[in-house]
Unconditional design. Structure first.
Length: 435
């Protein structure tokens, strides 16, 4: 069984134009082939994480308010959610096309996202944190998305070294990627906010340190104004450790570090200031280095630019200003069905085998639909692929990007069906990139 659907023309045309414009921007020069591929994959990874964030932040908690509105733009809550979503797992192999564009699929358990939302948000009147709208978008209890990217220009040698050293599952700094629509003032403000939060986090970290069996630094300070002032002055004097990191999810990160020997010194000064009011000895304070088993404490502060400093980046004209052809705005769908094998006794194993077979059949159906598409007068995808090996490889890569829209048992319970979905705008970009 197969079907082909076309979304409302205006909405799809605008979305397709924006996506195509982003993908067909002139790639940056000066990278090796391996560096360009790595950057494209990392930008696509970042785009996938950002799309997950937009899905979560755009989900409604009431009839009139989204989660993003409830948390507040650039708030601690939004930042915490975005940082949490960096843990999304990349699934499958990245797809890299001949025009330099990469695609990356990422997923995260929907229940983990909802638990995080519950940690960050207390519903108001007539609101809910059940996130039913977000649950509806999950497949197999996973929130999934695809990110798209190409190598950005302006990557410094230092950032490039960081990208090359990062683990595949990490999201490295990619500045200026992610910050194209942020004003210079907005970038400065994001770093300032990150620095303020770093010092706040360091103060809280130090106040919670144990000095005795139960005595903490906060108890040593005792709310005494002179002691509090001495401690706060020490925290504010700590240098920023390294340059700010401008992360691709539009979060600036600033590290602040405190040498443990300097922490011990200022705590001894506080003890002397308070005199006989304090039972802790200098020897107990000295043992802090043994308790911590490190000679340096570090924290990270994070900040985002204010809303009025973020603007939509200007997109280049699509295909030289020409409108997209009708086929490029289409979204193909195909459904494959496979019966449960009578030779497999284990029901779950039979389901897995049927699901795989159904997906293969749906993929074959999509292949037929794509091959039959007319790119131009008297020219189909199959015909162009037959004479252009690079385009043929792109078509194969494109077909592997099909996403599972639904999978379920058939009404009679004797078979499994899988529906695959494939927007055609990426294929159009590949076609336009051919000589």
């Amino acid at each position: 069984m197969a079907c082909k659907t076309i979304a409302p023309a205006l909405v799809v045309a605008l979305a397709a134009a924006a996506a195509f414009a982003a993908e067909t921007a002139v790639p940056a020069r000066g990278y090796t082939a391996d560096q360009a591929r790595l950057l494209a994959i990392d930008v696509a990874h970042a785009d996938g994480v950002n799309r997950l964030a937009e899905m979560a932040l755009g989900a409604r908690v009431s009839a009139v308010r989204t989660l993003g509105e409830a948390l507040g733009f650039a708030s601690d809550g939004e930042i915490a959610l975005r940082v949490f979503l960096r843990s999304a797992r990349v699934i499958g192999e990245p797809r890299v096309y001949s025009d330099g564009v990469a695609e990356v699929d990422a997923e995260i358990p929907i229940e983990a996202v909802i638990r995080k939302v519950h940690d960050l948000y207390t519903p108001g009147e007539h609101e809910t944190a059940a996130m039913d709208e977000l649950r509806y978008q999950a497949v197999d209890d996973m929130l999934r998305t695809s990110g798209t990217g190409r190598p950005p220009g302006g990557i410094s040698d230092e950032v490039m070294r960081g990208v090359e050293a990062a683990r595949p599952e990490d999201l490295p700094e990619l500045f200026p990627a992610g910050w194209e629509g942020v004003t210079a003032t907005g970038r400065v403000e994001a770093v300032r906010r990150a620095r303020v939060r770093a010092y706040e986090a360091m103060g809280l970290r130090l106040r919670g340190l144990l000095l005795g069996q139960t005595e903490t630094v906060d108890e040593l300070l005792g709310g005494v104004s002179a002691a509090e002032a001495m401690f706060d002055a020490f925290v504010r004097s700590l240098p920023v450790a390294g340059d700010p990191r401008m992360m691709p999810d539009r979060i600036a990160e600033v590290d602040v570090a405190a040498p443990v020997r300097d922490v011990i010194r200022v705590l001894k000064d506080v003890r002397r200031l308070r005199g006989s009011e304090v039972r802790l000895t200098e020897e107990q304070i000295d043992r802090l280095s043994v308790r911590l088993k490190t000679d340096r404490l570090a924290v990270t502060g994070r900040g985002m630019p204010p809303a009025d400093a973020v603007h939509a980046a200007d997109a280049p004209a699509v295909a030289g200003g020409a409108p997209l052809p009708d086929w490029a705005t289409q979204v193909l769908e195909a459904t494959g069905t496979a019966r449960f094998s009578d030779d497999v006794a284990d029901r779950e194993e039979a389901r897995v085998l049927a699901a795989r077979a159904a997906k293969v059949r749906a993929g074959a159906d999509l292949r037929q639909q794509v091959d039959a598409l007319t790119l131009a007068e008297d020219l189909t995808v199959r015909q162009l692929a037959a004479r252009d090996p690079a385009f043929a490889r792109d078509v194969g890569t494109f077909l592997s990007s099909a996403h599972t829209r639904a999978h379920r048992a058939t009404p009679d319970g004797k078979a499994w069906e899988v529906t695959l979905r494939l927007p055609l705008i990426r294929l159009y970009a590949c076609y336009r990139a051919r000589p």
